[in-house]
Design a protein around this ligand. Structure first.
Ligand SMILES: *Cc1c(COP(=O)(O)O)cnc(C)c1O
Length: 419
């Protein structure tokens, strides 16, 4: 019996076709070449015309990067992908391809810190307005849509608010209003959630996190579902891209207008490391999800812990949505929790011996940070309060170590957290 489509775990390792390889190599070689020789004048001209996918120049494309693009498009059930220098490069390009001066977009207000700065401050300089709304409040999202709106944007799991918006409902709302839905799927990964299958049109990643998985390679990606039709009434600037690339008009626009001109190229070495990471994505995610749920439950039992914010807990406002949307596989690897105050958090962090204190997440190692005094340091008090960045909050990225060792280290930190 021939299976129509191999399972996610298999495709994460082998790609769509197990035979795609270079001289039998089990990992794609790192093509460390700034440009590629073409034997004939015709060949290079066809490549420039987009009629062949032969590589031209590394800023435009690279065979190692293409291997990662194919893998990510397949795992997200998309039609195509472009990898970029970082998650922020992917977010900037994905949004800018849709925005002109005077345009607006609607965004969930539960966002990664740099995304929030980009949307609220940087885009504003160019006359672009982000209208923020609670991503769990459909009516508020709807009320933010105007004639000038060009897209709706949310994160699958808000970082660090840990809320899980209903992607199917938001996709319907966006489509009813003639708008595409863009989703940052970094915290869920396609193992836990494939937003394109729930109606989203574009998926964005920081591959730096769970996809690469070892804290050793920065990277980002834009994946195009090829599902949105870009009606001329609202998207007149899409016409030449639709004529060139049909279903992949959006990705072509991201590529031609922004990615190659802003030079947001990913190093092929980073693609190589990310592809190795993706080989074990399924296994690592299973353990991240298991350990995170166990850790959230453990934290709940500790008297020094005032509150635990994790959608895997029954009483979490996003529990039902996460359970349904993530198919019972789990709830993500990130947890926030509250201690007595900022000083208790500092004492907790300073006494840890296993859990690393650094500004990253999604590494196979457990990681901890105090967002209030680090990533959000330059935000004023009122804004921090609005974004629920509390002085007593710790953010924990649960790794894949033996969970007893994670618990022991947390216990050590909690014991030291008292004055
Ligand atoms: C880290 C992160 C980003 C930014 O990615 P970089 O690779 O650091 O540029 C974007 N979104 C989310 C949800 C993230 O966690």
């Amino acid at each position: 019996m021939e299976r129509k489509k191999r399972g996610f775990e298999t495709r994460a390792i082998h790609g769509k076709s197990p035979k795609e390889s270079w001289l039998g190599a089990t990992q794609p070689p790192i093509f460390q070449s700034a440009a590629h020789t073409h034997e004939t004048a015709e060949s290079l001209s066809l490549a420039f015309a987009g009629k062949s996918s032969d590589p031209i120049y590394m800023r435009l494309s690279n065979p190692t990067n293409q291997a990662l693009e194919e893998r990510l498009a397949d795992l997200e059930e998309g039609k195509g992908a472009i990898v970029m220098a970082s998650g922020m490069a992917a977010i900037s390009n994905a949004c800018m391809a849709l925005l002109r001066t005077g345009d607006e977009f609607v965004s969930g207000n539960s966002l990664f810190m740099s995304t929030y700065v980009l949307f609220s401050t940087i885009f504003k300089k160019y006359g672009i307005t982000a209208r923020f709304a609670d991503p769990l409040d459909l009516a508020a999202l709807k009320a933010s849509i105007t004639e000038k709106t060009r897209f709706v944007y949310v994160e699958t799991i808000g970082n660090p608010r840990m809320d899980v918006p209903d992607l199917k409902a938001i996709a319907s709302l966006a489509h009813e209003n003639g708008l595409p839905l863009l989703v940052d799927n970094t915290l869920a990964t396609p193992f836990l959630c494939q937003p394109l299958t729930l109606g989203a049109d574009v998926v964005i990643h920081s591959t730096t996190k769970y996809l690469s998985g070892h804290g050793n390679a920065l990277g980002g990606a834009v994946v195009d579902g090829g599902t949105f039709s870009w009606p001329e009434s609202r998207f007149p600037d899409f016409k030449p891209f639709i004529d060139r690339k049909g279903d992949l008009a959006y990705l072509d626009k991201v590529f031609r207008e922004h990615h190659i001109n802003f030079g947001t190229t990913l190093s092929p070495f980073h693609s190589y490391l990310t592809l190795i990471g993706i080989d074990t994505l399924s296994l690592r995610m299973e353990r991240h999800l298991e350990n995170a749920l166990a850790t959230a439950r453990f934290l709940k039992t500790r008297p020094q812990v005032k509150w635990v914010n994790y959608s895997g807990l029954d009483d979490h406002p996003s529990h039902e949505t996460a359970l349904r949307q993530f198919g019972g596989k789990g709830f993500g690897g990130l947890i926030t929790f509250g201690l007595e105050n900022k000083e208790a958090c500092f004492r907790f962090i300073d006494s840890l011996e296993l859990i690393r204190h650094l500004a990253n997440l999604g590494d196979c190692k457990s990681l901890v940070i105090h967002p209030y005094s680090t990533q959000y340091l330059s935000f004023d008090e009122a804004l921090k309060a609005k974004l629920a960045i509390l002085p007593e909050m710790i953010r924990l990225s649960v790794g894949i170590e033996a969970k007893e060792d994670i618990f022991e280290d947390i216990e050590r930190g909690l014991a030291a957290s008292a004055p």
